[in-house]
Design a protein. Sequence first.
Length: 95
Amino acid sequence: MRGPDGQEHTDVSCYVEIIPNERLVWTDALLPGYRPSGKPFRTAIITLRPEGEGTRYVATAIHRDEAGRKRHEDMGYLEGADKVLDQLVAHVKSM
């Protein structure tokens, strides 16, 4: 990822569930090759399901503890997640 200031953020994770057009789960508790991570931070889940004429998108971040959740929030996670969703909606509408 690259922030608005140009700073790059590396995210080494392992996908643990992929259901096309429905669900994507990845975690940094496991590294590539299912090797345990030394410092797990979060597991992320994105679910998609048809709803009316649209799609319900739910993004969930699960943290090891409250301190990790707070650190993620302080890093701008909520604002970033909102921006990503806005960009996704704009992209889908332009198709």
